[in-house]
Design a protein around this ligand. Structure first.
Ligand code: PRP
Ligand code: URA
Length: 209
């Protein structure tokens, strides 16, 4: 799994445990996902972003500062990806934000796109797709195929829990995309749910169980 980067951070490990716990209420679930997303954003920045020097004038003198070299486009996959976007936007305030609405068919597990809106800067930006769950990989793969068709070419995926099946599909379909994840779980069950996982991330985020 050469494209997979697992975040090694004690705060992330603690919060993943919190998210897995079936007793965790939706508002606590959203907060934990928000905290993990700050750390994911920071880790992705460390590995993917570059800076250019610029001049800045302090109250005392001029000095050299840094600005990001690239425009960043964030694309949360609805619904569950919405819980990650605010943390990323707080860390990268001038990021553009696109949205893709996707829903897995419960029987075939194939994703269906029901909404999209993306900024025109895709082909000159770094694009980060936000989705907490990488299960079969069908949704993530379809999201990147769509974004690449719209011009995206420098892409990564930020997620919370990945399954080996999804990572393998992404590496087959999009070998250029790095996957940043908080944890790699064991396998999928017969209904396409990640084990041990956390259940349905969208339902647990929004209380639609
Ligand atoms: C979940 C999750 C991913 C997808 C992952 O969304 O947020 O988008 O499933 O599964 P896959 O890798 O097998 O495609 P879901 O379709 O449940 O929609 P929701 O976020 O609206 O609940
Ligand atoms: N989507 C989820 O929300 N959870 C899973 O375990 C798999 C797909």
């Amino acid at each position: 799994m050469k494209n997979l980067i697992i975040i090694n951070n004690p705060l992330v490990k603690r919060d993943v445990t919190y998210l897995r716990d079936k007793r965790t209420k939706e508002y606590q679930f959203r907060l934990a996902l928000r905290r993990i997303s700050f750390i994911l954003a920071s880790e992705i920045a460390k590995q993917e972003f570059r800076t250019v020097e610029c001049e800045v004038e302090t109250p005392l003198e001029k000095t050299i500062g840094h600005s990001l070299e690239h425009q960043i486009v964030l694309v949360p996959v609805l619904r569950a990806g919405l819980s990650m976007v605010n943390s990323f936007v707080e860390m990268i305030p001038n990021a553009k934000v696109g949205h893709i609405g996707m829903e897995r068919n419960e029987k075939t597990l194939e994703p269906r796109t029901y909404y999209y809106k993306t900024p025109k800067e895709l082909n000159t930006s770094k694009t980060i797709v936000l989705d907490p769950m990488l299960a079969t990989g069908g949704s993530a793969s379809a999201a990147f195929s769509f974004l690449k068709q719209k011009g995206a070419r420098d892409c990564s995926l930020a997620c919370l829990i990945s399954a080996p099946e999804g990572v393998r599909k992404m590496e087959r379909d999009h070998p250029d995309v790095k996957i940043y994840t908080a944890v790699l779980d064991r396998e999928l069950n017969e209904n396409g749910y990640i084990l041990p996982g956390l259940g349905d991330a969208g339902d647990r985020t929004f209380g639609t169980l």
